[in-house]
Design a protein around this ligand. Structure first.
Ligand SMILES: CC(C)(COP(=O)(O)OP(=O)(O)OC[C@H]1O[C@@H](n2cnc3c(N)ncnc32)[C@H](O)[C@@H]1OP(=O)(O)O)[C@@H](O)C(=O)NCCC(=O)NCCS
Length: 196
């Protein structure tokens, strides 16, 4: 399975990505992705998580769909996932992390987001997608609002990040609000690097 975008492709989350998990889990990226957690994680812990995750996958159906985000030149830069999938509600929670900060703010996240949203609605027949982020994560808010997500709730002072209480923002997007990826690409004027 490969979802082809303009700047990135969403690809199976294989070894090329798993090898980078130690670096990403000890970087600034995880603070934003995990809403406020500043971790120091050993290689041994990462290997144990990976082992546990593989064992869970063998035990039964997973309630998440993971992709790696790979640039067009083949560089693995992060992950994009549908988590907490509730099939009977046709509902899923989006999670995204570009683990390489040098790639933030360059449109890669928007490209990846349009791909996974389209996949969830068009292929998996979801009814709704949602996600949560810290009020201080302005980049993520801009990213999801561009794709049409609506702010549905502000849960006050729910996260403690870098010594401060911050609000937790919940965003949602309904299938009926999604015009399709091609329409979104046109609306946002997204281009490949060559065109741009
Ligand atoms: C959130 C994330 C996936 C977004 O991907 P991205 O490639 O950085 O985002 P994009 O470049 O596609 O879009 C980000 C938008 O925020 C804007 N932006 C960038 N830095 C910003 C800042 N400090 N303040 C406000 N807006 C900012 C960009 O200009 C862009 O908007 P524009 O297209 O209107 O100019 C990525 O930054 C990331 O993985 N961050 C770390 C982990 C994280 O926050 N995960 C999400 C948790 S909910």
């Amino acid at each position: 399975m490969l979802l082809e975008g303009l700047l990135v492709d969403l690809v199976p989350y294989g070894d090329a990505f798993k090898k980078l998990e130690h670096r990403w889990n000890n970087s600034e990226a995880v603070f934003w992705a995990s809403v406020g957690d500043r971790r120091v994680v050993s290689r041994a812990s990462i290997e144990r998580w990976q082992q546990e995750s593989a064992e869970r996958a063998e035990q039964g159906p997973r309630h998440s769909v993971w992709f790696g985000i790979r640039t067009k030149d083949g560089t693995p830069i992060g992950d994009m996932a549908l988590n907490w999938v509730l099939p009977h509600h046709r509902l899923g929670m989006l999670g995204a992390m570009i683990g390489e900060p040098d790639y933030w703010g360059g449109g890669y996240g928007t490209d990846a987001l349009l791909l996974i949203v389209d996949y969830a609605f068009d292929w998996l027949d979801f009814h709704k997608l949602w996600l949560g982020t810290m009020a201080s994560n302005v980049r993520a808010q801009r990213n999801v609002e561009k794709a049409g997500f609506k702010l549905e709730a502000r849960r006050r002072q729910e996260m403690y990040a870098d010594g401060e209480w911050v609000d937790h923002l919940l965003y949602g997007l309904l299938r009926e609000e999604w015009p399709g990826r091609e329409a979104m690409v046109a609306r946002l004027g997204l281009k490949t690097r060559k065109e741009g």
